[in-house]
Write a protein that binds this ligand. Sequence first.
Ligand code: GLC
Length: 749
Amino acid sequence: MPAQMNWTEIDVQAEAILKTMSLKQKVGQTCQITVEGILRFNPDGTLPLPLQVNGEELSEAVQTYKVGSILNAPGRALPRTEWLKLIQAIHAPYVKKEIDIPILYGVDAIHGANYVLGATLFPQEIGLAATFNVDLARQFGEVTAVETRSSGVPWNFSPVLDLGRQPLWSRFFETLGEDPKLASVLGASIVKGYQGDLNQSKLGPDRVLACMKHFVGYSASASGRDRTPAIVSPRDLTELYLVPFKSAVEAGALTVMINSASLNGMPGHINSHLITDVLKNKWGFKGFAVTDWEDILFLDRVHQVAASHKDAIAMAINAGIDLSMVPLNPQYKEYCRLLEELVLEGGVPMARLDDAVKRILRVKLAAGLFDVPSKKNKTVPITLQSESAVLAAKQAVSESLTLLKNEHSVLPLKPNSSILVLGQAAADRRFWNGAWTHTWQGRDSSYFSTDISLLKEWQQRAQTQQGKVDYLVGSSWSESTGIPNEGAGLTPQNQKSIESADVCVVFVSEWPGTEKPGDEENPFVTQNQMDLVHELKAAGKRVVVVLMLGRPKLLGSILDDADAIVHAYLPGEHFTQPFLDKIYGSADFSGRLPFTYPRYPGRWEHYDHANSETIAKDNSGNGYNPLFDFGFGLSYATWSVDASSISADTLRSADTVWLEVRLRHNADRPCQVTVPVFGSRRNLPIAQRGKYLIDFQKKWVPQGNSALFRFPLSVSQFEFSDYNGNWTQARGPIRLDVFNSTLNVYLEP
Ligand code: GLC
């Protein structure tokens, strides 16, 4: 059931406001501009601090054109004090009763409040997904909400609920991985963290509006390049891409951002079937749909489905768009003028405009924006990076780190060993955070605080254990172009450091980037990084590779050259201590891959593949052969199944059958473990996926003891989509795989 807002009361208020509004006011409410349009800049284009709001531009936007929303960071992260002044200046026309409806401000805070200087920076979503930890996802949302709202901003363009199934895609790191169940459960948890439980009450003073994005199919780009066509069958749309969004609607998400690309030939912004019929009418989504950047203009300029900007506006608004992120000046003025003309000419029915405005008013009322801030309820004063916030971020890093390979017991490192650390990422935190960090592409290192250094902390720790840590950059990136510098980056002078090291730890990364600037032609890890690992191996060294990658790049020679491989994803700022705990063995790994890791450039395959993909060239059954499977992750501890059972052989509609598995490990300390349950259906009228994730749990298991994992099963978990994308009840034999146990149940719905 969707989270229970008191929509009746809010609808009454929204209706009452709507009745008082002029056409110009209604049109303005559907218009969003970017903050740069109301700020003064230095002659050289840089942003002066303290910020200077351009009063004339602001007044023209909100008073003359009645614009209802503003977005974005002004090209860079700001101190919280600057944010508060900016938001206060933007809210002032409403407080002074110069306008009747408050401005809604939105920003991207996708791995913490990444545009607030000094905020807690979590792992990017792909790393959060590797934790398989629902409660951590909620904490991620709560901390991000508190720190974002403490800057005065009430709306966060997050979570990304697109599925990471195209390894080339520049925004793979922004997703919760390839699986709809994992993305649904964690995505819903993030939404609840952002918004709190919206039962009856309005958004809390330290909560933000969520924005599930990008609805829908954006990540399924056939070419791997951002904003290029996605071709998704009705079956995959139903069983994969729509699932996390429906889950977020049920979790109460109050806004949605639409897919900029085309899906099956139709640009996302004119897909009235998905936006209006499915999202709003069928699923009961009560919030509003916002476009992505300039996406109405792009219906004409890029997709070329509209003959003019005016045509494009009519197509998008009539398809169900409620708020247009126009967002540039003077384009927003043309948008307002053209939409007003369209309504007067009947090109956009007044009823559609009223519906859009009412949805926007509902959300502004639910966010408490109309409550003029009295002296008493000013923004909640908080400490950024509070102890609890940093603890949550460290826990997210700790539970995301995934051990993919560990031969010759090279890990855990011996405390007194001599370590040589290599790779630019070890000393450059842009590679820890990725894009959407202080700046859009995350390539500006000037905003990072100076109090975090992996190498310094590592050296200090090693010295207390009679160990040693040295550092060589080795392979690196060209600062001006982001292109990797040729070669391994080693010189004859480095030979001594290499020879004296017991173990070399090489950080392998990719240049930060997202969206179009993050488009990537090379599916492999860069050659210079492969060369570096190869040269160290050739020198007879033990090599540990740490992957700081936002998308699964092919490893090439690294796979064989590395004795151990740890995936760190994009871990954010609190990487050091959890990482050192893991590689020295004072804590065990519990991270699991939230995606299938490809082995070959010509084969993007997924764990939920069809049976036909298992047929190999030699007709054997091992044709499905990724480098690492979805859900894969090693640990120091060895796990075993004490017992597994299912409470009945047959599952009928009204039943709940319990699947139980009891696990134990051999470590002399408590260990965490994720237990996924996979199901597989067959003998059905559509070729089924080999297996798919039904449920998962993660728990601590005490030492020398075991832990029971219990999973309720009901027939609805075994529904599948027919050819036309309609959910259909399965029947017949179901295989259940849990850890290394296989159980069976017969469905008789
Ligand atoms: C960008 C992104 C979207 C983001 C928006 C506002 O183009 O596609 O995810 O929320 O613009 O920054």
